[in-house]
Design a binder for this molecule. Structure first.
Ligand SMILES: [Zn+2]
Length: 526
């Protein structure tokens, strides 16, 4: 289980390394970009592995909320924009400082085509400091991966590059590569064509998608496929694409993927993208939650856990299909909803397959590493780099664990599924922290404001104070909070749930009571 522990540590170190990277995204929305909505991206790229270049076009289908004088997109300066077309006519444009301004847009058109090309930016430390990763497999074939969570889509295509903007009708992705290369991407593979020495793959997804989830991986892959029977009753294609040298490991990877999907469905509800696929592709970097084509670079390091095999990376990235891809935040300040809930889904794998002891050991191990030096929720309008820090994972998950302890399993688990299923939050809609906390409060019919405010917006911890009161027993309180928490206390009379706060509570008995023995709560225990 060490491996998984390393995940948070690894993220922390890599987070530090991120500071050298120049591209970021999110933050306050550019006023020019509030004037239109993107409905679809139709990306058509030729990928030239020998030159590490891409060339082609992106058609941005949009809906203007008012007359546009300038259509503002983002595209990094590394690419050269050859032309911009609207209804066959070339438009004037300015491309500088990673911004592409197109003008004048004097028609009721709703499509603009940007033709561009260039050498791809190389990832410095993928996936944390992203870009293109050009590798070779053991047979000497090209193997290219793309990661852009920290940079946005502008590092590979012109886009309205903000987390609040997802193309509501999805993406159409066409890739041309030299034969016999394959391109694994989001959605469904609609066609593959071979023309001369080139192969052309056409992918389509109708689901809204985060910009950084739009993704493509080039290589020569062995493909193994099955039909996954979802808890919804639907049969969903489940596919793994692995390098040829790892062909023998494909059946085991597929089976680990199936177990992970089944476990996620049990706690989070049916897989959210049944019309597309559940898939992973082997990538030359650790991993990322690319919608319906998760990046997998964990070298098939499966570990036994109870009755099954576990791959922490695969399970984690797959969990993002629910939290991150279906339920998406519009402001990176709330990124803990992606990472904290998904990390909690990792802990649930321990619960489901390792049992109670494995789960609580996991929780204890993870909670020891929470630094408690930054609030889980960042300031409004944060950029990705401002909001991304280890506590959105570990403290976010620990908060969900505490919530479970407070609400009890009979309320907590149905609540989690109900949140994912609620139409106000998925697909076309973005969520924020308040959406989540209000939902939980209403669902559980409990006032949890003070609890959420304390743990999400401050770095403090309630201090557990215990004093012997002679023969009467023990006085117990939680210093530093202006509310109470229901806490399990193991006394001579057995385990009781007691509301604890600043005001000391007397617990009878000579033996020192054990407060919160299972560590449901984040407390400072001296
Ligand atoms: Zn994650």
């Amino acid at each position: 289980m060490k491996k998984h522990l390393n995940f948070i540590t690894l993220l922390f170190f890599c987070f530090s390394a991120l500071q050298a990277q120049s591209w970021d995204w999110g933050g306050p929305m550019d006023p020019l970009q509030t004037k239109f909505k993107v409905l679809q991206y139709r990306l058509d790229l030729e990928i030239l592995p020998d030159k590490q270049m891409i060339q082609g076009s992106n058609i941005i289908v949009f809906e203007a909320k008012e007359k546009l004088d300038t259509l503002r997109l983002q595209l990094i300066d590394e690419y050269e924009v050859e032309k911009v077309l609207m209804e066959g006519k070339e438009l004037e444009f300015f491309h500088q400082n990673d911004v592409l301004d197109i003008l004048p847009v004097d028609c009721s058109c709703n499509e603009v085509e940007v033709v561009y090309l260039g050498k791809t930016p190389i990832a410095q430390n993928p996936p944390w400091s992203g870009g293109f990763t050009w590798e070779k497999d053991q047979l000497g074939n090209h193997w290219m991966g793309l990661s852009s969570q920290g940079e946005g889509a502008k590092i590979f295509m012109p886009a309205l590059d903000h987390p609040s903007s997802e193309p509501s009708q999805g993406v159409e992705l066409t890739f041309t590569v030299p034969k016999p290369y394959f391109v694994a991407a989001n959605g469904r593979l609609m066609s593959e064509k071979f023309e001369g020495d080139k192969a052309i793959y056409h992918w389509l997804s109708d689901y809204p998608i985060n910009n950084y989830n739009v993704n493509f991986t080039v290589g020569i892959f062995h493909e193994q496929e099955m039909l996954f029977e979802s808890s919804s009753g639907q049969q969903i294609p489940m596919i793994v694409y692995v390098l040829q040298e790892n062909k023998a490991k494909a059946p085991a990877l597929l089976s680990v993927l199936e177990e992970s999907a089944r476990t996620h469905e049990k706690y989070f509800g049916p897989y959210p993208f049944p019309e597309d696929k559940i898939a992973v592709v082997e990538t030359p970097y650790l991993g990322m939650e690319h919608q319906t084509i998760n990046a997998y670079g964990n070298n098939f390091q499966f570990v036994p856990l109870g009755d099954t095999q576990y791959d922490w990376l695969l399970h984690h990235e797959l969990g993002h299909e629910w939290f991150g891809n279906k339920i998406s935040v519009g402001d990176w300040a709330d990124m803990w909803i992606h990472e904290g809930l998904t990390a909690y889904g990792d802990w649930l794998f321990y619960w489901e397959h390792g049992g109670e002891d494995a789960y609580f050991e996991k929780v204890a191990a993870e909670s020891r590493h929470i630094p408690h030096d930054r609030p889980v929720v960042s300031s409004p309008n944060s950029t990705e780099k401002e909001a991304y820090h280890p506590e959105i994972y570990s403290k976010g998950a620990m908060l969900i664990h505490s919530l479970r302890g407070i609400l009890g399993d009979e309320v907590f688990f149905p609540m989690l599924k109900a949140f994912v299923a609620d139409e106000r939050f998925g697909y076309q809609n973005r969520v924020n922290t308040q959406d989540f906390t209000e939902f939980v409060k209403n669902y559980a019919d409990r006032d949890l404001d003070a609890f959420f405010d304390f743990y999400l917006y401050t770095t403090q911890l309630p201090e557990l104070v215990m004093k012997k009161k002679g023969k009467k027993g023990w006085s117990v309180s939680l210093k530093g909070i202006n509310f109470t928490l229901p806490v399990e206390v193991n006394t001579e009379a057995g385990i009781q749930k007691i509301e604890l706060g600043e005001k000391p509570v007397l617990i009878k008995g000579m033996e020192e009571p054990e407060v919160d023995p299972k560590a449901w709560l984040m407390l400072e225990r001296k």
